[in-house]
Design a protein around this ligand. Sequence first.
Ligand code: FES
Ligand code: FE2
Length: 357
Amino acid sequence: MATTAEYRLGEFTFPRGWFMVTPASEVGSGPTPLRMFGRDLVIYRGESGRAVLLDAYCPHMQAHLAAEQTSGAAANRIEGDSIRCPYHAWRFGSDGRCDHVPYFKGPLPPAAKVRSYPVEERFGCVFAWHDPEEGAPDYALPALPEWDDPYWVRCTFDDLGTIPVHPQEIVDNIGDARHFGPIHGQIMAYFDNIFDGVTARQRSGGGHETMTTSEDGILESDATYTGPGILIARYSGETDAVQIILHTPKEDGVTQIWHGLITRGQSVPHSEADLAMNKSYHDLGLAAFAQDFAIWRTKGPAIHILRLPTDGPFPRSRAWYRQFYNPRAQAAEYQARANGVHYTSGVAGAPDLHAAE
Ligand code: FES
Ligand SMILES: [Fe+2]
């Protein structure tokens, strides 16, 4: 395991961006403790139905907002979209500001607040905007129209737990043309990268031992990071599928990972065959991802890559990733170092048919 400082990523220990924090199904009406970005957090669903994510410690005397309150004095600590601290019952709104103290009528000091994180729910996941500068989101979550298309078979997300690996090592995959053969059994027909602002895209195609079922099966993949923690990979070939890989820094050098895979069925409602195909493809997708996982789990940190000219464009992908660890005022400089279409020497780029939209 290595830390952000060891990779020399930038000023911030934890990056700016949208990150999965929990499956939506796990956010109930009661406050739940959560640990992400090296911080103790609390998440709950307000009475309006919205998920609220706050720093956990009350500014009054530092009680944890999700701590158990055994007296039963206030069975329901969620009022509207606000939450009451279990210790002296200060109440905090979804914006994190204290909006009521039962024993004090005067104006509250400005410090009577906890940090609140913008939250959005999409495709069964709760995403939070983390920004060391505490600014508003400067890009949108990626669209996943397939999720709302009735032909597509949805998934629940696999919680793959945490690995003691910095997310840098996971993001390195986006430009790593040369691991596809040894790790995934792919016979590569083409591979290229397109970096553009906060997105990093990888297009690849070829035979794939794990994710194709017939010998001459061709798998085409078009995978895009939107920000540092959300990867959506669209596969076409034998089956149309979308793989969603979500990773979030939990501690400095420790990453939590979720995986989901949805497939296009042939009928609405889905036939048994559609569901069976979804299950088998999901298992194949997970198996392919496990191949990367097996390496990450045991590898040392690649602080420096001994890069050969015919390796993938790691200097570009690492410059792209650094934008999220530095003040947003500097993001354009890092983007300028990464932006463009990048080929891996010795590997064909994607055919024109698949040119960037
Ligand atoms: S510690 Fe939270 S109200 Fe006192
Ligand atoms: Fe991989």
